[in-house]
Design a protein around this ligand. Structure first.
Ligand SMILES: Cc1cc2nc3c(=O)[nH]c(=O)nc-3n(C[C@H](O)[C@H](O)[C@H](O)COP(=O)(O)OP(=O)(O)OC[C@H]3O[C@@H](n4cnc5c(N)ncnc54)[C@H](O)[C@@H]3O)c2cc1C
Length: 386
């Protein structure tokens, strides 16, 4: 086994993007990708909004994008709206193809990593690989320093027996029965007669009853008049939604370079990580020296900065999760979707301005005032956490 400049453990979204960007910007770096599964980043549909990325980022990620729509819809009991903000979708099928094309000789699949140190990776079979640096991108790991709610969902891609008639994604249809928390259905029209339909719940713990979600999808499709014919694929997720946390304590435990969800790099309100993963890949591609120490310092600084910028979002999450009854959480989102389109785009991109923040908080709160104030003021469990 040759010696590598960089070993990426986990060939999922974050490390895959780092590998692709470094191959473009730093082609002389010798990179090895390792993943425990048969395919890198298997069985996901990763979506993002046009405004989440810069033009340059859109350009370099373009080979991964399979679907693109010029706008999307949302539906609530007292508000339906079409938004003219582009929506994009990367499929894991395409991701696998691109990663395999560019990295095949340096992609170790079906290979579980048992241990990581700053310059070595120990595989399950006992082999030890050496490198100047290692990045741990093995996905989400619960951490006592961060207090989370969850966005849990089951998504099914269906072949329909007739065209569905949808021309744009419905990224939230919250006109459905709310069940255990804030519930909505998310539908992406991949072709005239195929759809991804996700039954999504903002709930306090990660467990979602899969069978109930599958029944919900069938019931929703029937209600829309969509004739489900053949199930093509299913994906499931429980994405972390940050309520509060102690970032210093988190980084004390993460003393090796890490990426993606492992590094806490995701949007606090949606759990989506693609935009921050693209930004981190760009940031790493600007580095001059790749050692474990320089990578760790750069990633920690990047993540701590993101954490500070996300403070307002954590406060909104506490309003969503902790104020008022769970089955009334939809009212917070319904009100939010009445705000100007530019603000909504900046919200998803994690780039709210001060006037945006004031605008979000102005007017009559959609949840009881006292509970909302308690949710805002109480950093949940620990005073130090924000
Ligand atoms: C079904 C689903 C849909 C999602 N949709 C979106 C979306 O639309 N937009 C968005 O921005 N975000 C989305 N997310 C959230 C988030 O962006 C994804 O979870 C994303 O894949 C996280 O990237 P990551 O690189 O941190 O982890 P992953 O992409 O999960 O990659 C981790 C990799 O590490 C490997 N691994 C784990 N342990 C080991 C080990 N011991 N040895 C070797 N390899 C190991 C895994 O096999 C996996 O390939 C979705 C998540 C899920 C689960």
């Amino acid at each position: 086994m040759p010696r590598y400049d960089l070993i990426l453990v986990g060939a999922g979204l974050a490390n895959g993007l780092i590998a692709l960007r470094l191959r473009q910007q730093r082609p002389s770096l010798r990179i090895l990708l390792i993943d425990a599964e048969r395919e890198p980043g298997a069985n996901h549909t990763w979506s993002f909004h046009a405004e989440d990325l810069t033009e340059t980022q859109h350009r370099w990620i373009a080979p991964l994008v399979v679907h693109h729509w010029p706008g999307y819809e949302v539906r609530f009991p007292q508000r339906s709206r079409s938004l003219n903000s582009g929506y994009f979708c990367v499929t894991s099928e395409r991701f696998v193809q691109v990663i395999r094309d560019r990295f095949a000789p340096d992609l170790l699949l079906n290979t579980r990593v048992a241990g990581i140190a700053s310059r070595t990776v120990t595989l399950d079979d006992g082999r030890v690989l050496e490198s100047d640096a290692v990045i741990d991108g093995r996905g989400y790991q619960p951490d006592a320093a961060l207090c989370m709610g969850f966005q849990s969902f089951v998504g099914q891609e269906w072949q329909l027996s007739e065209p569905h008639g949808l021309t744009a994604p419905i990224i939230m249809d919250a006109t459905v029965d709310q069940q255990a928390g804030y519930r909505f259905v998310y539908s992406l029209p991949f072709s005239a007669d195929t759809l991804l339909i996700e039954d999504t719940h903002y709930i306090d713990n990660a467990t979602l009853e899969g069978d109930r979600a599958r029944q919900n999808i069938r019931a929703y499709a029937a209600q829309q008049g969509w004739r489900l014919d053949r199930l093509l694929r299913e994906e499931q997720g429980a994405l972390p939604i940050t309520l509060t946390g102690d970032v210093a304590a988190f980084w004390q435990k993460h003393d090796l370079p890490c990426s993606g969800l492992r590094a806490g790099l995701f949007h606090p309100t949606t759990g989506y990580s693609l935009p921050l993963a693209v930004a981190l890949a760009d940031r790493l591609a600007q580095m001059q020296t790749f050692t474990s120490e320089t990578l760790h310092a750069t990633i920690q600084q990047f993540a701590s900065q993101a954490w500070q910028q996300q403070r307002f979002f954590r406060m909104l999450n506490r309003m969503l999760f902790l104020a008022g009854p769970a089955d009334q959480r939809w009212q917070v989102m319904q009100r939010f979707y009445g705000l100007p389109e530019g603000l909504i785009a900046r919200f998803y991109a994690g780039k709210l301005t001060l006037p945006d923040r004031l605008r979000i908080l102005s007017g009559k709160p959609p949840v009881p005032v006292l509970a909302a104030l308690q949710a805002i003021m109480t950093p949940h469990r620990q005073q130090a956490m924000q």
